[in-house]
Ligand binder design. Structure first.
Ligand code: TIU
Length: 220
């Protein structure tokens, strides 16, 4: 077993039953001109996660442990995108519209894929999800059960949207979740702060919060 300093208290996990989840580190969310920016967001707020995440993923791979990447996006005919999601928020560009990196959040398009720095390597799982949570309408539950995973190290973007939704879904399914502060990002600094506080509050109501160097030290 490994233990890392975390909030609200130490997080203990068995690396052989733990997966690293990297949520939606996609060009459409992280590069200027993508979907994130079309919603009026400052994409630079997310980019600080790339460097620590690259180091963490490297250490996780070196330890021979599983990395699971997710991507938010939809089929080209949008049949898996609820009308409410399509029209929400009056973005300057809607899901499926042509953007700087292909059609926004459409599977197979350049912008839908993961940023160059964090590209999956051969054999790593990539979960394509139509929702904010990684469990809804995906094969993630089956994969975790078959791999006998009981704990998740959760990273990616954005803290209060897809990270939170996934952690809440995972928590309800019985997984112990550790969210890494330096490896999750929000377009809104105040949401980053409060989003992390929400996870660890009330004795760890959804999980634990720590920094990636302590996880790297625990598995190296
Ligand atoms: N808009 C926003 O903050 N997030 C998303 O739309 N998706 C994810 O968080 N991945």
């Amino acid at each position: 077993m490994s233990t890392v300093d975390a909030r609200p208290g130490p997080f203990t996990f068995d690396p052989n039953h733990t997966a690293l989840i990297v949520i939606d580190m996609q060009r459409d969310f992280l590069l200027p001109g993508g979907f994130g920016e079309s919603l009026g967001n400052d994409v630079s707020q997310l980019r600080r996660t790339i460097e620590p995440l690259a180091a963490l993923i490297g250490a996780w791979r070196a330890a021979g442990l599983p990395v699971i990447h997710t991507r938010e996006g939809h089929l080209p005919d949008l049949s898996d995108c609820p009308p409410a999601k399509l029209s929400r928020g009056a973005p300057s560009m809607r899901i499926g519209d042509p953007g700087a990196f292909g059609r926004i959040l459409i599977r197979g398009e350049y912008g839908h894929d993961i940023v160059d720095e964090l590209q999956p390597i051969a054999g790593e799982m990539v979960i394509d999800k139509p929702g904010k949570g990684a469990f809804y309408a995906t094969e993630l539950s089956d994969i975790l059960e078959k791999s006998e995973i009981s704990s998740l190290i959760v990273t990616g973007v954005t803290t209060e949207v897809c990270v939170h939704t996934t952690v809440r879904e995972a928590n309800d399914r019985g997984y112990e979740c550790l969210v890494l502060e330096d490896c999750v990002g929000s377009y809104f600094p105040e949401f980053q702060q409060v989003g992390l506080k929400m996870i660890a509050a009330q004795g760890g109501i959804f999980g634990w919060v720590a920094e990636s160097p302590s996880v790297i030290a625990a598995i190296s």
